[in-house]
Design a protein around this ligand. Structure first.
Ligand SMILES: Nc1ncnc2c1ncn2[C@@H]1O[C@H](COP(=O)(O)OP(=O)(O)OP(=O)(O)O)[C@@H](O)[C@H]1O
Ligand SMILES: [Mg+2]
Length: 156
């Protein structure tokens, strides 16, 4: 496992790095988002959606667990905060191997059902508007993805 930290000083920074990541995503990529309430998981997902050329506004699904958006690739946005054990019956693995990209907020709640290869992003609050984003890649695909993302974003 490899990890890299990115400092975000405002919501726009989180959106921008996520958008750049979104541009690099490929079919079947899995992105897991962790962080407390209001950390910025949905803000990150909005940026990711922009990078996937999704026009529709992405929001936090309150009663829906999974929302699907169409862009350069389909985006399956899941927020599993409220699912509990019922999730085992939902057949989410079908999404992982479908045509798009999967993003899961609060992914650790359904840890047992997740593929071992994925990119996790942990968002930590550090004051009002500052966030530390820790990118942790499991598997060669995600290590390469992070290298690509940060080579581009750290060099300029
Ligand atoms: N650097 C930052 N990055 C991201 N969001 C920030 C930052 N600074 C302030 N914010 C604010 O924090 C809030 C993050 O809300 P968001 O809905 O993205 O969080 P979340 O992690 O999805 O929460 P929830 O657990 O309720 O789904 C927004 O109001 C956003 O404007
Ligand atoms: Mg959210």
């Amino acid at each position: 496992m490899e990890s890299i930290e990115f400092t975000s000083n405002r919501p726009e920074d989180t959106y921008e790095i996520a958008k750049n990541l979104g541009k690099l995503l490929k079919k079947n990529d899995i992105i897991l988002l962790e962080g407390d309430l209001g950390a910025g998981k949905t803000t990150f997902t909005k940026g990711l959606a922009a990078g996937l050329e999704i026009q529709k506004n992405v929001n936090s699904p309150t009663f829906t667990i999974i929302k699907e958006y169409n862009g350069r690739l389909p985006l399956y946005h899941m927020d599993v905060y409220r699912v509990g054990d019922a999730f085992e019956d939902l057949g989410i693995d079908e999404y992982f191997y479908n045509d798009g990209v999967t993003v899961i907020e609060w992914a650790h709640i359904i840890e047992e059902q997740l593929p071992s290869e994925h990119l996790s992003i942990f968002i930590f609050r550090d004051g009002q508007d500052k966030r530390i984003l820790k990118f942790e890649s499991s598997g060669a695909r995600y290590e390469a993805l992070c290298k690509e993302l940060f080579n581009e974003n750290l060099s300029d």
